[in-house]
Write a protein that binds this ligand. Sequence first.
Ligand code: GDG
Length: 454
Amino acid sequence: MSLTVVANRVPIRQSDDGDWVPSVGGLTTALLPVLRQRGGAWIGMGEDPALPERQPFPADDPDFTVRRVPLSQDELDGYYYGMANRVLWPVSHYMIQHFEPNPSFMETYRSVNQRFADAVLDEVDRSDEQIWLQDYHLMLAPKWIREARPDATLGHFWHIPWPAMEVFRILPWARELLRGMLACDLVGVHVQEYVDNFLESARVLLGADIDGQTVHYNGHATRVEAHPIGIEVDRFKQMADSDEVRTKAKQLRERLGTKHIVIGIDRLDYTKGVLSRLEAFERFLENNPAYHGTVSFYQIATPSRTKVDTYQQLKREVDEVVGRINGQFARDNWVPVNYRYRTYTQFELCAFYRAADAALITPLRDGMNVVTQEFITANQNGVLILSELTGAAYLLPEAIQVNPYDKDGLAASIRTALEMSPEERTTRLTALKSTVEGLDVQRWARGFLDALHA
Ligand code: GDG
């Protein structure tokens, strides 16, 4: 049984020497082995008109087809920068101050989703093939696929929070978007909270019948299930244990020269709580003069969605707060906040994870947050401080859990982490590692596809 994956982005990129190689990322790693084994297609947007619409991969002995849906600049602006980034992303993360309900975004989103559906119908010719759509970029495509192929096997995984019904209904197109999703046989989300929110949205907004975790609507049944995503545990373990990473971690500790290192690693996105985390670190320094000179906070912020105004604004605010903290507290050789606005390799990230005594992972909302799992896997004796407003928090009770809006609480948790006994650190981290091992990303993919088959 072949598989067709439909996602915003295709899973391959051109390396420096011009060869096409798989791109780095959890989804690609999880699904490429399945596609290789079963054959099929991966459909994603085409941003460069020079690239072919259909590209067998690998070129010399193809296992599957990469299919691009070419988008014009206007389509990209409406569907991706507009509807996905300025409408669905902020509302799903409860950040309605960033929500821009422009009807033209929705119009383009409809037509681009239609084009994704057409590409699927073009690639898939047998009804026993599985079609797996990914994320909030593709809420409407399932409906058009279902209309053309009533017996298709359709799954959808939603990677971000499904918000409470009362928040979801703020979207002027909430019902239309939900109807799109309800053309699927299976909708997957990370945790039970999002399952419950989805069911409630279908019940209240569409009057659908709910039977356990199955939605009956318009003569069709959709199961809604929690399938928490994981990381490539073995690869992260091997990277973290490599000589290269050990050496880099040691060099980082020597270079910073402080007794304690606390890290934060995020895409620079307003949902990730970077600004309030920095303010909490500032509060920690205000409250704990004895720690001055002994602790470095290292924040990596990877550039993201740089064309969107709110992201440019956030970057300016973060620059300003970093400058303010260092301006006030730095002395002699000690710089309290080391801030890097750039992209790193996974090896480099592993060195940061390994070198840290504590990680501050404090999103204001996050579907799961897999940086958490990467830290747990790569680190050997550190403490995880984790926002309770993440999917990960449901799975990782041994982390120090904090409300990311509570600056005093967050500041106090930094001190708790730095003063935690070695025994308690070990007990907590051991339990966290055992949970993360069970969440492996390939197991996640198999679990979802088995459930779709059932
Ligand atoms: C969405 C949901 C959900 C970051 N900087 C660099 C880099 N990264 C990698 C991290 C991690 C990934 O990006 C970020 O994963 P998150 O889970 O934190 O967040 P989103 O990108 O928002 O992803 C989220 C996820 O989907 C999966 O379902 O957990 O809730 O929002 O892997 O390591 N990687 C490299 N260089 C960097 O500078 N190589």
